[in-house]
Ligand binder design. Structure first.
Ligand code: SF4
Ligand code: SF4
Length: 265
């Protein structure tokens, strides 16, 4: 629930509606998904003590991020006695495929553990977390997940320190911290493939600067035939209102256009 959605929730008396359904025995637990600052969460939980849980974006990369505020939001929920359901523990897959330097750091500590396992265990290691929603898209990921969650062992202090170091390395290499959720694309009047372009841009930024050709540039050309180009942005700002990561989408699209469009026809 972001600032704008909060106003809609109040206007439509959603909290009252949910409390009534709970009182009638139709709903056991009520809560909400939240993407905003800890201050706003504080206000909502103070005004609505009837809420049973909060769903937060929580992962080791966003933990101390000043925009996402995973840590601050977590502490706010905990202070109000509201258990947390974790969304985005692997940050849309970002933490399953981390830069080589960060991967080496984690592999040196535990050679058999996947990068994703560190992300999911980090989320599950906080005592006020009741559930971690870990998206899995194939049997391999399901088996990996079960291998460390069936007999779950919370992080040690040393492991917390290690993922903080991994986060520092990753933050240095990921230029646009887009999770690929696609909320931004729904109302774009020129149908720009924003998350696809950001993902290509991030991958391209990890290439050697001297490289004359990259697969990303080629892919950008393909996407730009189906969707609006980054340079087609009319600056309406609809995307930024929808972005849970509060990314300056328009600014980054200019960078994307500069990076890719000189090389496509
Ligand atoms: S600001 Fe640009 S990218 Fe964002 S919705 Fe408007 S046209 Fe699309
Ligand atoms: S720019 Fe924001 S809303 Fe769009 S995909 Fe990325 S994180 Fe999601």
């Amino acid at each position: 629930m972001a600032g704008e959605r909060r106003k809609t929730a109040e206007k439509t008396h959603v909290f009252k509606f949910l409390a009534e359904k709970k009182a009638a025995g139709l709903v056991r637990h009520i809560g909400f998904s939240f993407h905003d600052t800890a201050d706003i969460l504080e206000q909502i939980l103070s005004e609505h003590p009837e809420v049973d849980f909060v769903q937060l974006q929580l992962n080791y990369l966003d933990w101390e991020n000043e925009i996402i505020q995973s840590h601050k939001c977590y502490e706010t929920a905990k202070r109000h006695g509201k258990p947390v359901i974790v969304m985005e523990p692997v940050k849309g897959g970002t933490l399953a495929k981390i830069p080589t330097e960060a991967e080496k750091l984690l592999k040196d500590a535990a050679p058999d553990m996947s990068a994703a396992s560190w992300a999911i265990r980090f989320a599950a290691s906080h005592d006020n977390v009741m559930l971690v929603l870990s998206g899995m898209s194939n049997m391999e990921q399901l088996c990996d997940n079960l291998s460390y969650m069936e007999d779950f062992k919370p992080f040690t202090e040393a492991e917390f320190t290690l993922v903080q170091k991994a986060a520092e390395i990753i933050n240095k290499s990921v230029t646009i911290p887009c999770t690929g959720c696609s909320y931004c694309t729904h109302n774009c009047p020129v149908n720009i493939a924003i998350p696809k372009y950001f993902s290509l841009y991030n991958a391209n930024m990890q290439e050697l600067e001297t490289k004359a050709w990259t697969a990303q540039t080629m892919l950008y050309g393909h996407f730009a035939e189906q969707f609006g180009k980054a340079s087609a942005c009319v600056g309406c700002g609809q995307c930024e209102k929808m972005c849970p990561q509060h990314l300056p989408v328009r600014k980054w699209l200019k960078q994307v256009a500069e990076r890719f469009e000189g090389n496509i026809s």
